[in-house]
Design a protein around this ligand. Structure first.
Ligand SMILES: CC1=C(CCC(=O)O)c2cc3nc(cc4[nH]c(cc5[nH]c(cc1n2)c(C)c5CCC(=O)O)c(CCC(=O)O)c4C)C(CCC(=O)O)=C3C
Ligand SMILES: [Fe+2]
Length: 399
């Protein structure tokens, strides 16, 4: 069943089974294909401005301003690492599905660059694939990392005329799924061991700081992240989810180290954009780094907790800018890996699809924080954008 496109604000294209399920978990569903949905990125210098126009569409940002953002991409030949990451991830998912004997095609579509979502939906329709389960390359709850994907699915269904014949559900936000979390634990554990080997006199409990870094978002978006009925503090589900995962990662990474040191840590934000008058989540990672020497810190581990793979934000804002900030302040700095195509992560994404096919009860769903397992179908008002206004979205419940 699909609700008509005029009927907003309502759930559109969430399968009736999904909408009817208990609070967290939808009914078992026989999906035809996985839709690997991502942000997209330019693949050459000529793509950069058209890509940025896509990202900022509807916000009237002049090309001159876009050129300022473009210099990150220009420095890498106009090529974002994100598409190569997604091609690898698609291949890894296909290999994992084949190993498990699961016959489920993986379609890859982006919000902001080729292959665009509408063309992928047309292809799916032509192949008779009409009940899709989306895996978005984004783990946490916020407008940019969840709802905007759901809105763009709804838009693509409208644009292609498939809204009444195709269903797009979406796996739960997987910030606390063990498959996503494990690569961060492994990376942090290796980095701390490496620091101990490099500086044999260093005290991990007083001279090292772990900076868990994620994308900053407007404070107004943070406040509205997650379902409106959950009291998760003024920075909403977005910050709460990151903090909860950071604690788990730190605990697991240090428990294997000799003496189980209590390593200081904080959640920091990066890649802020928007006008300076608009409040975004803080502290910025570079400001946080500047404060560290005065507290006797000698080494910093940057854990890119908000990123599923090596995006431009990781390559530029962390490896270029943040590690440079460390050097400027006389700090030894190291950045740990993103999940990328780590086998635990790939297997975890497949598990997230299987739990939807099987309708696994909430109690049996893996999750490593008290906040999860997150909802199969977004709750009323979830991650609404107060700046850009209401748009219909799939895979969510009406207020
Ligand atoms: C939370 C979050 C994620 C993580 C979730 C997810 O992974 O989806 C994310 C991912 C990404 N963001 C990306 C790139 C960009 N994001 C922009 C702008 C913005 N991002 C925001 C937030 C997020 N963004 C916000 C609140 C804005 C301001 C726009 C607004 O007011 O709503 C702009 C416009 C220019 C600018 O404003 O700087 C660009 C070019 C790329 C591709 C990188 C590559 O090529 O590797 C990726 C994966
Ligand atoms: Fe972004």
């Amino acid at each position: 069943m699909t609700l008509s496109s005029e009927a907003a604000p309502v759930v559109r294209n969430a399968s009736p089974a999904a909408a009817a399920g208990p609070e967290h978990v939808s009914e078992p569903t026989a999906y035809d294909a996985i839709l690997l949905a991502s942000f997209g990125g330019p693949e050459g210098q000529d793509d950069v401005i058209p890509f940025l126009r896509n990202v900022t569409r509807g916000r009237g940002i002049p090309d001159e301003r876009l050129e300022e953002v473009a210099h990150h991409y220009r420095a890498f030949g106009g090529v974002s690492p994100i598409n190569a990451q997604n091609r690898s991830l698609k291949a890894a998912l296909e290999a994992e599905l084949a190993t498990r004997g699961i016959d489920l095609p993986v379609l890859w579509g982006n919000r902001n660059w080729d292959p665009y979502l509408p063309s992928v939906l047309k292809e799916a329709d032509a192949r008779g694939l009409r009940t899709l389960i989306a895996v978005a390359t984004s783990a946490y709850s916020s407008y940019s990392s969840c709802r905007q994907y759901r809105e763009d699915f709804a838009m693509a269904l409208d644009e292609t005329g498939l809204a009444s014949t195709m269903t797009i559900d979406k796996v739960r936000q997987f910030f606390d799924h063990p498959g996503f979390v494990q690569p961060f634990i492994d990376g942090l554990s290796a980095a701390l061991t490496g620091i101990r080997e490099k500086f044999d006199d260093i005290d991990l409990a007083t001279e090292v700081e772990v900076l868990f870094s994620t994308h900053s978002i407007p404070s107004a978006d943070a406040e509205r992240s997650g379902p409106s009925f959950r009291e998760l503090g003024p920075e909403g589900a977005y910050a709460a989810q990151h903090k909860a995962v950071a604690e788990v990662v730190l605990m697991a990474a240090t428990s294997g180290l000799e003496g189980q040191p209590d390593v200081p840590w904080q959640l920091v934000y990066q890649s802020r954009s928007g006008p300076p008058t608009q409040p975004w989540l803080e502290p910025d990672i570079n400001d946080a780094i500047a404060e560290l020497p005065a507290r006797g810190i000698r080494a910093v581990v940057i854990v890119p907790l908000g990123f599923v793979s090596d995006h431009m934000e990781v390559m530029w804002d962390l490896d270029n800018e943040a590690l440079e900030s460390c050097a400027e302040h006389g700090l030894y700095g190291v950045r740990t890996p993103t999940p990328g195509v780590d086998p635990a992560y790939v297997a975890g994404l497949v598990d997230l699809v299987i739990e939807r096919i099987e309708g696994t009860p909430a109690a049996s769903r893996p999750h490593v924080t008290e906040l999860g397992p997150w909802y199969d179908v977004c709750r009323p008002g979830c991650c609404e954008n107060v700046r850009l206004g209401f748009k219909p979205a799939v895979s969510g419940l009406a207020p």
